[in-house]
Design a protein around this ligand. Structure first.
Ligand code: TPS
Length: 327
């Protein structure tokens, strides 16, 4: 299959939107940005063996490639609208591309995001997506807005994706399962969090106007909190025992391993944000409307850096802050 057949295969399946004046097929796309809105742009690459295990199902790769980008837009409080896709494939495999699109377009359609263009080339399996969204001027939630006295919140649960990756790598579970079927169910649930992260799009939009600073947790909670602390010129203190955990995580690894996975594992694609305590009730209402769990995990203080304590007040020493490329 040649490049143009591949592009036609993609074009035939994409949904459009009224604000796409010209989509896939010309030298560039033409978009009508809603009057008075700011354009928000994010880009993320996924490489085989680096961002997902070799052998990951193509539909899962498609979902994740878009999900990590929608997560970046959500962290800015933006509403997603359009995306582009650059696909590098070792072989022009139509079955692989169809399955990839099953995952990619399922998420795109769920958020009414139009695929408006891209590129296909031969090379090692690599997927680069750019996502575009819009936000009202002045309402984007940046990393540099945290203020002293803010609560620190996180959505969902942490550590599941990293635990799924650890199990795939062959790490033995610490906790005994009732039987083989429950072990398999826990492993599947953790692996789903690695392969099919849920971008918190609705929550991100609801936080614009309520949160002072926000980031999505991709590298690991402590590494990503350090970005907020540095950009905001403040210190952040969190309680490692307050971090939200799923049942499958607790059913797999013992307490200390769970703490490390939750605080440093990464690939969570949850939103971590700071907000003044007076907004707490409204934030909890917004989370309930989006059916997303929220947990208060710490506070912003004067100073610099990220401090971690256990619930008895003792300091907790993290072995690392998070994932580092080229480490
Ligand atoms: C096979 N991992 C890779 S990149 C990254 C994390 C946590 C941070 C986000 O990436 N090995 C395999 N699959 C994985 N998912 C990981 C390691 C973990 P970026 O900073 O590029 O957005």
């Amino acid at each position: 299959m040649a490049e143009f057949d591949l592009i036609e295969r993609i074009r035939a399946r994409v949904a459009t939107r009224a604000d796409v004046v010209l989509g896939i097929g010309d030298d560039a796309a033409l978009l009508q940005v809603p009057a008075g809105m700011q354009l928000v742009v994010a880009m993320d690459t996924l490489n085989a063996g680096v961002h997902f295990p070799e052998g990951t199902a193509p539909a899962d790769i498609g979902w994740k490639a878009l999900a990590v980008n929608l997560s970046d837009l959500a962290a800015m409080g933006a509403a997603p609208a359009w995306c582009t896709l650059s696909l590098s494939l070792p072989q022009p495999d139509a079955r692989w591309v169809d399955a990839f699109l099953d995952g990619f377009l399922a998420l795109a359609d769920a958020h009414r995001v139009a695929l408006i263009g891209g590129d296909t080339t031969r090379g090692p399996l690599s997927i680069c997506v750019t996502a575009h969204g819009v936000v009202e001027p002045g309402r984007a939630v940046r990393r540099d807005g945290a203020r002293i006295g803010d609560d620190v919140w996180v959505s969902g649960t942490l550590g599941d994706a990293a635990a799924g990756l650890a199990r795939w790598r062959g790490d033995a579970p610490d906790v005994e399962a009732a039987d083989a079927a429950s072990r398999a169910a826990h492993d599947t649930a953790l692996r789903m969090r690695l392969d099919r992260p849920t971008p918190r799009v609705a929550l991100g939009g609801a936080l614009a106007g309520l949160a002072h600073a926000c980031i999505d947790v991709s590298d690991g909670l402590l590494a990503d909190l350090a970005h907020i602390a540095r950009a905001s010129g403040a210190a952040i203190e969190i309680d490692v025992d307050a971090l939200p955990a799923s049942d499958p995580l607790h059913a797999t690894f013992a307490r200390e391993r769970c703490r490390v996975l939750q605080a440093t594992g990464g690939d969570d694609y949850e939103l971590c944000f700071t907000a003044p305590p007076r907004h707490a009730a409204e934030i909890e209402r917004a989370a309930a409307d989006c059916a997303v769990r929220l947990t208060r995990i710490g506070r912003v203080h004067a100073g610099s850096g990220v401090r971690v304590r256990c619930n008895d007040g003792a300091p907790w020493a993290a072995p690392r802050a998070g994932y580092v490329h080229f480490a």
